[in-house]
Design a protein around this ligand. Structure first.
Ligand code: CTP
Length: 425
């Protein structure tokens, strides 16, 4: 198990995008990743050193030889190896055309290039430069050399550039950098936590059932609760597979993501993934109905009433519960317009879940399109616990803590100790 939090060495090089590295440091620290920054001399005019030192909690390193650094951190001698000792990966963001060339050539004329020549940990680069530079055969060749050596490129995006022109070359947004980095870090150092080594399958978002080529039956689920659960499970050490209906939210980085549209696609995907997972959280708002015969093409107006004929979709959760093996744990959600305890208990037992998470959809301040939620947890043995209104990520953490506290895996009975705050209806 890891004895410290994951850490990366962030190389910042000479590009206007260096100012964005500050946001990157904050987001990395927010993900529990410790950051040591090494900046090249060309980066310094663009890079807010003092705020970076405050956010990272470490001095920004620029010199190969730094007598002021403590001896255990390489002070008084060439320090690149000591800095690398504490790093699980090196991320160069922004990576200028000049610096990429120096990496490809194996130059070692400053701290960052020297470090990279010694690095045995994964290396990622987020290029930032003018479009013509990015496409120049020299740059293309250097990137190819680096990719062949196993360096991961986080490609730039198109948009306004420092020259005033528009084109490809802006450093990838922080979300995309995290999306590339986090899975790499998880492979090197899986986080330690109560769900370490376990695989968690989470369904999220709405489903869409086509009516004709342009219309569909959907619902207002945003996918926020499922994403929050995915992050909470990752933070507790789990590997997470996310099966997502159509949402506008970016998925949490590092999940194995499967996108689906209809309930039946979601069912097929979940059924194939379920056997290899220990915990299933069914947070998706699955459409209960689909068109009996979807219209081919787009239906034209004809001045008459249009009656849709709907048939029931399969109950995915119930089907999965019937296939549950010992050691697997199922969490279902219930969207209800009233939280009547006997109805909730009936749903929990009928769905054969180990834990039901119920929320009151009649309230405008929580649920579907709100950042907050308030839920009631229900177990098949009839124990209830209210998680008062809070941000969805806080609620997600409490749901997972309830699963863990129940003694799972192996003892799928949350609240079995009937600790304070648990009551019977
Ligand atoms: N669910 C499912 N398949 C469906 C409908 C719902 O797997 N076709 C899951 C949901 O993801 C949720 C749980 O079942 O975890 C309860 O969903 P909910 O909409 O509250 O209940 P329904 O089963 O649809 O029953 P009803 O709407 O009639 O109360």
């Amino acid at each position: 198990m890891p004895d410290r939090s994951p850490s990366i060495l962030l190389g910042v090089t000479g590009s206007i995008a260096a100012y964005k590295s500050l946001d990157l440091i904050r987001r990395l620290e927010g993900e529990g990743i410790s950051v040591r920054v090494v900046a090249t001399r060309n980066a310094l005019p663009f890079f807010p050193v003092l705020p970076a030192e405050v956010f990272s909690g470490h001095p920004v390193e620029t010199d190969l030889f730094n007598p002021r650094r403590p001896r255990e951190e390489g002070g008084g001698r060439v320090s690149h190896l000591a800095l690398l000792d504490k790093s699980d990966a090196v991320l160069v963001a922004p990576a200028s055309a000049d610096f990429i060339a120096r990496m490809a050539l194996g130059l070692a004329d400053d701290l960052l290039s020297t470090l990279l020549l010694s690095a045995t940990v994964p290396v990622l680069i987020a290029p930032a430069m003018e479009e013509a530079m990015y496409h120049h055969p020299a740059s293309t060749g250097h990137r190819k050399t680096l990719l062949e050596r196993g360096v991961v490129e986080i490609p730039p995006e198109a948009g306004p550039l420092a020259s005033g022109k528009s084109g490809l070359g802006r450093m990838a947004p922080v979300d995309r950098i995290l999306e590339a980095l986090l899975p790499v870090l998880r492979t090197v150092r899986p986080p330690d936590g109560p769900l370490s080594g376990l695989s968690v399958l989470i369904s999220t978002g709405p489903t869409r059932e086509p009516i004709d080529a342009v219309r569909y039956i959907g619902n207002a689920s945003s996918g926020r609760m499922g994403n929050a659960l995915a992050r909470a499970a990752q933070a507790r050490g789990a590997r997470v597979t996310l099966v997502s209906g159509p949402t506008d939210l970016p998925p949490p980085p590092g999940c194995d993501l499967h996108r689906v549209t209809t309930a039946r696609e979601m069912q097929e995907t979940l059924e194939s993934l379920f056997p290899s997972h220990q915990l299933l959280i069914m947070a998706a708002a699955v459409s209960d109905y689909r068109m009996k015969d979807p219209v081919t093409g787009k239906r034209k107006k004809d001045g008459r009433e249009w009656t849709l004929s709907l048939v029931e979709n399969p109950d995915i959760l119930k089907g999965l519960a019937a296939r549950k093996r010992p050691g697997q744990f199922l969490v279902g959600f219930a969207a209800e317009s009233s939280l009547d305890p006997s109805l909730l208990l009936e749903k929990c037992r009928h769905k054969k879940v180990d834990l039901l998470v119920a929320n009151d959809i009649s309230r405008a301040d929580i649920g579907f399109s709100s950042p907050d939620n308030e839920v009631v947890l229900v177990t098949p043995s009839g124990e209830f616990r209210t998680l008062p209104r809070a941000d969805k990520s806080a609620i997600a953490g409490q749901i997972l803590d309830a699963v863990v506290a129940g003694g799972w895996p192996g003892h799928p009975a949350p609240f079995q100790e009937n600790a304070d705050g648990h009551s019977r209806p």
